[in-house]
Write a new protein. Structure first.
Length: 217
């Protein structure tokens, strides 16, 4: 994939991790993209896009106030057609599926190598979609298997948080009981709902009961 296909394009980055944002901006600069602005939250990015044009958007999944998937949804509802590439450490099929469902054009692991990033950017700029080669197999799992351990894959910590959610406990209490930060609980809660494809505590309880998701606990 030629680097010329992405040069001189304007980009913005939405990610609340300053170190990662700085590193990504440096990579984009090296391959010829112009990083016009960076944002730590989706709201500021949406406000920017009201008055400023850009050629491509890079967005993290987990962010304060509104996550990257909500950002995609809001952007599309506002008729913002700029290609959006999601960048995340999460490789869960349901999260990938929700990203594309809500308007993402690409989904890349934060460990993506430079050449594949160039290919992804070029592909999305042409109006096509792009998914990391390493993630394609993960996406297929949800289509090709009924194994609940694959379809509804929760980490041990997520299972712990799930137990407390099912007790209808608030984030602050869960954080105290598990000795983790409130924001970490919020992140786990968000990922649990995304992975299980539910939107309410009732739906969560039904899935947990049906598939014995907390059986090991």
């Amino acid at each position: 994939m030629s680097i010329k296909s992405v040069q001189n394009k304007r980009a913005i980055i939405i990610d609340d991790h300053k170190l990662f944002t700085s590193g990504l901006a440096g990579i984009l600069d090296e391959i010829g993209l112009k990083v016009m602005a960076t944002f730590s939250n989706a709201i500021d990015a949406l406000n920017y896009l009201k008055n400023q044009d850009t050629d491509i958007i890079f967005s993290d999944i987990n962010m304060p106030t509104k996550d990257g998937i909500i950002f995609c949804n809001k952007a599309r509802k506002r008729n913002i057609e700029t290609p959006i590439i999601m960048l995340s450490m999460y490789e869960d099929a349901n999260i990938i599926k929700e990203s594309f469902k809500n308007g993402a054009n690409g989904y890349l692991s934060k460990n993506t190598e430079r050449n594949e990033m160039i290919k992804a950017i070029s592909t999305c700029l042409k109006g096509a979609t792009y998914l990391n080669k390493s993630l394609i197999q993960e996406e297929r799992k949800i289509k090709n298997s009924d194994d609940i351990s694959i379809k509804y894959k929760l980490t041990n910590r997520e299972r712990e948080v799930l137990i407390h959610i099912l007790k209808d406990e608030r984030n602050a209490l869960i954080a105290s009981e598990l000795a983790i930060s409130r924001r970490t609980v919020e992140t786990h809660r968000k990922n649990i709902f995304l992975k299980l494809g539910v939107k309410t505590n009732i739906g969560l309880a039904q899935i947990a009961l049906k598939y014995n998701l907390i059986k090991s606990s």
